[in-house]
Design a protein around this ligand. Structure first.
Ligand code: ADP
Length: 604
């Protein structure tokens, strides 16, 4: 009993691996039955050679088992014992144990089990072949040379066979039971681990999205109020400080977005949101965003777009832009002098799917050959000591790679250290408009562009707008950013207050925060639409939220919102949205605002 308890405790030990446990159990089970056979043989007065062989086995086999387990070499122990069984024990047991009229035949079957369970690799094959030849040989010998077999009284043979059949049967039973038990345990363990990983990943995701929400709210204040400073008539020094605050805020935002994306990839929740888009517009937008950065650094920025690119494509435009912005931003970041070039060419086309090949070439610091294989790993920055003063998180290229992979494309890099690099992203997109983009004059268009200054787009003194947000500073930021438009702006710090206001006033547009205590923005906007006696049941409702990303955008679209703005929000974005949402007769347009009025509401 104590022995069984000890054995059970041993096979449940956490520091032994499965192979070691199996070896321990099988060795002891086998040895226990060999001991039983040994004792039975003494009682049955079996042949002395067989008794001696079994006696040696009873002592030697456990010694080998324990030593090999202590040295963590169960495989070697199993090889020695297996070889001993096949080469010594079985022939002796057969020829001195009555041949076919004894129990040896059952031990041949046991040897197959032992080899199959315990030995791996070439040695298993060798022993298996040897055992099979031996089995064939002993049966042949029993037929052709019966004189080789030590004679056995019939009754002794029957008893020996019966005892061996039971022993081997029980040994097989124990081993199968153990394998099943172990399998079920491992399965349970794996399931528990998977559940743990999933809950950690969920918690991590929730944490990142909460962090993103929490960090966006103060950035909204910083950038919004900073924009107000920039609009004032201020000294050059203050203007420069404010411009630096703006740049830092945007970098912070970029990092948050990258971390959010990375966590989505890690939890397998990154999804693409394909739409129809205009290739020329998309490229113009990219170039417009980067032109000034390159110019500020004294770099020349070239754009080389093949005129045969289809003008209408279907794919995740936002993510394609993100890939290009990342590559172009890096090119500008890691280039001190010279140029950055964006080339866009058509690759292979199969049916209506075309590979668009985007190349970004720079004359910058280049990348050492040995660093290239690690370039797309998350959090890895090359030559950290030299590039310490260039901002970056080491996430950009990893996100680029994962996005391109998700789209079924590829990204490669070619670089000469100290001379420059070329990143090539090949992205398959569906063609929805075959018409070629033709000669795009993007370079010309942006060559004369100046740093953007605030240009008021419209006035709407008759427009009634309500902003709902539980954070009072956010309300202040929106109010200040829209002050020049002279709209009649009301604010509410909760859903309940908003509902009181909509009962009395007909608002043309309502900007609605999402996460608010007690009543969230979605519930509040639904109640406004159904409000008995409410004056704003037909108001246009725009989500103005720190819940960023495509999923949030989709959610608000599904919930019947008329638009979506992400915090931090700029004065320009607020004005553009109002131009889209307000009735035309209320708008007194100024300057470039007229173009926006023509656009339809966009769920980009
Ligand atoms: P980071 O935020 O550090 O720029 P990325 O993932 O975008 O992170 O890039 C990883 C590393 O690859 C960078 O730290 C930089 O060492 C190197 N790298 C990326 N683009 C370029 C480039 N155009 N020229 C030289 N090195 C680059």
């Amino acid at each position: 009993m104590r022995f069984i308890k000890w054995l059970r405790a041993e096979i449940d030990r956490d520091d032994l691996d499965f192979q070691e446990k199996k070896f321990l159990l099988l060795s002891f089970v086998a040895d226990f039955f060999v001991l039983c056979v040994f004792l039975a043989d003494i009682v049955l007065k079996e042949n002395i050679v067989e008794i001696a062989a079994l006696g040696v086995t009873v002592v030697v086999a456990p010694a080998i088992s324990l030593t090999s387990i202590r040295w963590h070499r169960p495989e070697l122990g199993a090889q020695i014992i297996g070889t001993g069984i096949v080469c010594i024990l079985l022939p002796l047991a057969f020829f001195y144990g009555g041949g076919l009229h004894g129990g040896a035949v059952y031990w041949f079957a046991f040897a197959y089990l032992f080899i199959g369970l315990m030995i791996t690799g070439v040695w298993r094959l060798i022993l298996l072949v040897f055992l099979t030849l031996l089995t064939a040989f002993v049966f042949y010998a029993a037929w052709r040379f019966p004189e080789l077999i030590h004679p056995h009284p019939v009754m002794m043979g029957i008893k020996d066979a019966a005892v061996s059949a039971v022993y081997v049967g029980i040994a097989i039973y124990i081993m199968v039971w153990f394998q099943n038990r172990q399998y079920a345990r491992e399965n349970r363990k794996a399931r528990k681990e998977a559940e743990k990983v999933e809950s950690v990943s969920k918690a991590q995701n929730l944490f990142f999205s909460n962090m993103s929400h929490e960090i966006r709210t103060p950035i909204n204040t910083i950038l919004g109020l900073n924009e107000m400073i920039l609009r004032e008539d201020i000294s050059d020094e203050v203007a420069e400080d404010a411009a630096n605050i703006q740049a830092a805020g945007k970098i912070l935002l970029h990092i948050i977005n990258d971390i959010l994306d990375m966590s989505k990839f890690q939890s397998g929740q990154m999804r693409l949101s394909p739409v129809n888009y205009n290739t020329g517009d998309m490229l113009s937008e990219i170039v417009a965003m980067l032109w000034i950065r390159a110019k500020d650094k004294g770099l020349s920025f070239h754009v080389n777009i093949s005129p045969d690119i289809p003008s209408g494509l279907y794919g995740d435009e936002v993510r394609v832009k993100q890939i290009l912005l990342n590559l172009l931003n890096n090119a500008i970041k890691y280039t001190k002098e010279g140029s950055v070039t964006l080339s866009v060419q058509c690759g292979d086309r199969v049916g209506d799917v075309i590979n668009i090949v985007y190349s970004v070439t720079d004359t910058g610091i280049g990348i050492r050959k040995e660093h290239i294989p690690h370039l797309f790993n998350a959090f890895s920055r090359m030559e950290e000591d030299k590039n310490r003063y260039i901002e970056g998180s080491g996430l950009g290229l990893s996100i680029v790679k994962q996005l391109v992979d998700l789209m079924g494309g590829s990204v490669t890099v070619n670089s000469v250290y100290t001379k420059g690099s070329t990143f090539v992203a090949t992205i398959p997109q569906r063609v929805v408009n075959n018409e070629a983009v033709g000669e795009l004059d993007i370079e010309q268009h942006h060559a004369g562009m100046q740093r953007p200054v605030y240009n008021q787009k419209f006035e709407a003194p008759e427009a009634q707008v309500l902003v709902v947000d539980d954070n009072e500073i956010n309300l202040l930021v929106v109010a200040k950013l829209l002050r020049k438009t002279r709209i009649k702006l009301d604010t509410a710090v909760s859903g309940a207050e908003a509902l009181l206001k909509t009962l009395e006033t007909k608002y043309d547009v309502i900007f609605m925060d999402h996460l608010m205590p007690e009543m969230d923005g979605i519930e509040c906007s639904q109640l406004i639409k159904e409000q008995t006696g409410g004056k704003s049941r037909d108001s246009r409702v725009v989500a103005l939220t720190a819940n960023a990303g495509q999923e949030a955008r989709k959610l608000f679209e599904q919930k019947g919102f008329d638009g979506y703005l992400e915090k931090p929000v700029s004065g320009e974005a607020l004005e553009n949205e109002l131009i889209r949402q307000l009735p035309k007769e209320l708008l007194q347009m100024a300057g470039e605002g007229a173009d926006i009025a023509e656009e339809s509401v966009q769920w980009l």
